[in-house]
Design a protein around this ligand. Structure first.
Ligand code: PLP
Length: 428
């Protein structure tokens, strides 16, 4: 498989854009080598500029749960485009998208649309601090909440693989109110509340972590999250930018049966266009300007094209309820990958929640950043490149989750397992 044009395009991009990419995870830095430049995508497939086709398990890092160019999303975008791209004034589409979110997620009574997951978490933390009159925020090692300064400590994902848990430029002053705790450790959470309880405005957490690879919050940890925040009057923020409408239509909170105080969303709710959102009980959300005093704004927030793509995506998900089928396809893939690795004598742990999963090259169990980080990332890199050369486009880091979409067929899944078996058999 030749990728000559991608190699040339990357060399050119590096002269113009830092590292040649507009988001670091895309650079293939964690697996060594040069990224594939995409020309177009359709359904479950992406096509690079050299004309190679790949079965896509990145799905734009989460949004493309319906696959690429779903006809109803494309239709909605064309209709919106015909009416104009941005007005900087309210539109009915914004209420429609808000209404779909509120209907799907009972803990959300009011919601504000923004342009990215990062904006959503940044705004939710500001709101939590304003509502409680407290400064400190607890986050968990290996959880990623976008590149908000105060949350860019022990963040997973590209921050983890690039080994910059504290980015230069994030000041000591900014992070001094951020407490970082291990994930899935209820005792550590209780101890932190006993010591700092009166200072803690909020706990922000990925209820199913995707940014250290897929790791689920365990029952005792979930109980401690809800119990401790309630007891000490802190807000519980579920960062569902990845899990919202992914692990269930109502997000991880529906799956796990927990009502957080605030929820952040992104990815799927934009249907492939830039959208984020944060929401919660009306009495909390009404602190946001102009209902209240907490400043938060955005020139392109609630953008008509983004709202149209989001509405179409959520409506298709609501009306077709594809979650059982996603579960079936994802289980088939998970079992296939795990058996292929074990069959080749390679120690591994497969973590999966619905259609998101990670094959860790690590005997496991993988329950937090410490255990995830013991994975054999060199082995992962060989696996990644072997699959890419066989037309399978997996996330380019051990510490990311892959996504199955409704556009994947059983044949796609079986072809993926067959390719993985071939690759893993050479790696034992
Ligand atoms: C992707 C992600 C973010 C950041 O969203 P952006 O749109 O990239 O800013 C925040 N939190 C979680 C859990 C994410 O997966």
């Amino acid at each position: 498989m030749s990728r000559k044009k991608s190699v040339a395009a990357f060399a050119h991009a590096k002269e113009l854009i830092p590292g040649g990419v507009n988001s670091p995870a895309r650079a293939f830095g964690a697996v060594g080598g040069e990224p594939v430049f995409i020309h177009r995508a359709e359904g479950a497939y992406v096509y690079d500029i050299d004309g190679n086709r790949y079965i896509d398990y990145i799905g734009s890092w989460g949004p493309m749960i319906l696959g690429h160019r779903h006809p109803e999303v494309v239709d909605a975008l064309e209709r919106a485009l015909a009416r104009g791209t941005s007005f900087g004034a309210p539109t009915e589409a914004e209420s429609e998208l808000a209404g779909l979110i509120i209907e799907a997620i009972p803990s959300v009574q009011k919601v504000r649309l923004v342009n990215s997951g990062t904006e959503a978490t940044m705004s939710a933390v500001r709101l939590a601090r304003a509502c409680t009159g407290r400064d400190a925020v607890i986050k968990f090692a290996g959880n990623y909440h976008g590149h908000v300064d105060s949350l860019l400590v022990a963040a997973g994902s590209s921050a983890a693989t690039l080994a910059v848990p504290n980015s230069p430029g994030v000041t000591q002053g900014t992070v001094q109110d951020t407490l970082v705790l291990p994930y899935n450790d209820p005792e550590a959470l209780e101890a932190a509340f006993q010591e700092h309880g009166q200072r803690i405005a909020a706990v922000i957490v990925e209820p199913v972590a995707g940014n250290m690879g897929c790791v689920q919050a365990q029952a005792d940890f979930r109980e401690a999250l809800r119990g401790m925040t309630q007891e000490y009057g802190a807000l519980l923020i579920f960062d569902e930018v990845m899990t919202g409408f992914r692990v269930a239509y109502g997000g991880a909170q529906a799956l796990l049966g927990i009502q957080p105080d605030l929820t952040t969303l992104g990815k799927i709710i934009g249907g492939g266009l830039p959208v984020g959102a944060y929401g919660g009980r009306a009495e909390i959300m009404d602190h946001v300007l102009p209902a209240g005093k907490v400043f938060q704004a955005g020139t392109l927030s609630g953008n008509p094209l983004a709202a149209a793509a989001g509405i179409a995506t959520l409506e298709v998900l609501r009306d077709t309820n594809p979650y059982d089928r996603l579960e079936h396809l994802a289980a088939r893939l998970a079992t296939g990958l795990e058996q292929a690795a074990l069959g080749a004598g390679i120690p591994c742990t497969l973590n999966r929640v619905g259609s998101m999963m990670t094959l860790f090259f690590n005997p496991g169990p993988v329950t937090d950043w410490q255990t995830a980080s013991r994975s054999d990332t060199r082995r992962f890199a060989r696996y990644f490149w072997g699959l890419l050369d066989r037309g399978i486009y997996m996330p380019c880091s051990q510490f990311e989750a892959l996504f199955v979409s409704t556009a994947h067929s059983e044949d796609d899944i079986d072809a993926t397992v067959e390719a993985a078996s071939e690759v893993l058999a050479t790696m034992g």
